[in-house]
Ligand binder design. Structure first.
Ligand code: GDP
Ligand code: IMO
Ligand code: MG
Length: 425
């Protein structure tokens, strides 16, 4: 397929990095279109683990063009560290390009992310504190600093002085924090701009030209549908559009370019940060899933909340993204857990059954998950490479998931490595 989108279908960390890395073996271009270094995408190849935050997960292929689209926000300091990490592992970044329209995460965004979370107290969102929300706020306020500005020292200086003065006022007078020395920030970030200048190119044009030349393009989603600013569990969401619709606006291409949309989910559910999670398990099984699945954040190291597969949220993702297929990862983690439950609906305290994920969190107050119970499995499936090799219980689990979410499961993950995947048509 020439152009495919790979998108998160739950609350993030579904294994998008692994799926992109696998599909990238047949792609010539991989594009990121939203989010920033709040994302943490893991790729495991030959026992070596790569943790990527902003660099597209196609980077391990030396000839693949890796593009960072206009909708992404970049923390230049952290990004340069990520490039250094890749260079240290002998991974070339020569085919990496950043759109000049990407917004720059400045140090005041990071500080303000922490200060506003602190101000919210118990009502905090549980952000990654990477400055993502404040950077997108400035973008929409129309006072952001873009990559184009960063690599033009005079323009950068002017913009950093004017926006920096306002940020210092907010930091000191609203939060009682310490002001930034703007000259020191300008000197430090001008240096980052110099190091990044050669990467800057128009990603909208590059993607368009690649498509015209018949190249295979993969659009790599970050975060996930339930973290979308409109279609997620607002306000416990991120500040961008991680849904398939966000890919076009975040790259600068038209929707007719997209041929296929793949969602990624785990065979259970996890979430980091706060917010509703109807099928959450605060018990021994939840702990087991966390420990067996290694459910600790790639970016922040925070323990992930865990629970049963929730067909309500994945069906929501099928609709919102127009999914053609679902990659179901980490089936191996469910080994030995006993009977498996799948959440098929929510029951409100008045007995009403919710089959579709509601628009407002208030609608979820006091809901109980309605579960279907399916037989579990004890066989080691990490070596299975075809659907037929899976135990009958696993096959039945996948088939029931497909019926419930109304979408075919096109890939099954049985381990973290590139090779530990079952592909189905
Ligand atoms: P992403 O943010 O969606 O790219 O996912 P993360 O990389 O944050 O988290 C997914 C974690 O699950 C990583 O540690 C992966 O190496 C791991 N992983 C992905 N697929 C599988 C799988 O099928 N089985 C197992 N056991 N681990 C997997
Ligand atoms: P990947 O791409 C999981 C969550 C944070 C928090 C909320 C808002 O690895 O799947 P933010 O810092 O974005 O303002 O935080 O969103 N969050 C993620 N959770 N995976 C991610 O990315 C996430 N990116 C943000 O934990 O709840
Ligand atoms: Mg992640």
């Amino acid at each position: 397929m020439p152009s495919s989108i790979v998108i998160g279908s739950q609350w993030g960390d579904e294994g998008k990095g692994k799926v992109i890395d696998i599909l990238a073996s047949q792609a010539e271009v991989v594009v990121r279109s939203q989010g920033g270094n709040n994302a943490g995408h893991t790729v495991v190849n030959n026992g070596v683990t790569y943790k990527l935050h902003v660099v597209p997960s196609g980077i391990l292929y030396p000839d693949t063009l890796c593009l960072i689209g206009a909708g992404v926000v970049i923390d230049p300091k952290n990004f340069l560290e990520e490039l250094q990490m890749l260079k240290d592992k002998n991974i070339s970044t020569k085919n990496l390009k950043i759109d000049p329209r990407t917004h720059v995460v400045m140090p005041w965004h990071i500080l303000l992310d922490g200060l506003s979370e602190q101000f919210r107290g118990n009502s905090d969102i549980g952000t990654t504190k990477r400055g993502i929300g404040p950077a997108y706020m400035d973008k929409y306020e129309r006072c952001g600093i873009r990559m184009y500005d960063l690599v033009h020292p005079e323009i950068f200086r002017q913009k950093a002085l004017s926006t920096g003065a306002l940020k210092n006022k907010i930091i000191t007078e609203v939060y009682g924090g310490e002001a930034f020395d703007l000259e020191a920030v300008i000197a430090e970030y001008t240096e980052y701009g110099k190091q990044l200048a050669s990467y800057v190119d128009d990603v909208s044009v590059l993607t368009y030209e690649a498509n015209k030349a018949g190249k295979t393009i993969l659009f790599e989603g970050a975060q996930a549908t339930l973290l979308d600013i409109d279609f997620g569990t607002y306000p416990y969401v991120t500040s961008s559009h991680p849904v398939s619709g966000g890919v076009c606006t975040g790259t600068g291409v038209g929707p007719k370019m997209i041929d296929r949309i793949i969602g990624v989910a785990k065979a259970y559910t996890t979430r980091v940060g706060k917010g509703p999670f109807p099928s959450e398990l605060n018990d021994e099984i939840g702990d087991k899933i966390r420990n067996i699945g290694g459910e600790f954040g790639t970016t922040t190291g925070r323990p992930r909340r865990t629970g049963w597969f929730d067909a309500v949220i994945v069906r929501h993702s099928v609709r919102v993204n127009g999914l053609d297929g679902l990659a179901l990862n980490k089936l191996d983690t469910l080994c030995g857990l006993g009977d498996l439950k799948v959440c098929v609906a929510y029951k409100k305290p008045d007995g009403t059954i919710l089959k579709n994920f509601p628009a407002a969190l208030e609608e979820l107050d006091g809901v109980e998950p309605v579960y279907e119970t399916l037989p579990g499995f004890t066989e080691d499936i990490s070596g299975c490479r075809s659907f037929d090799e899976l135990p009958e219980t696993c096959k039945a689990y996948i088939k029931r998931v497909e019926e419930l979410i109304e979408c075919p499961v096109c890939m099954i993950g049985v381990g973290p490595d590139r090779t530990q995947t079952i592909e189905r048509n």
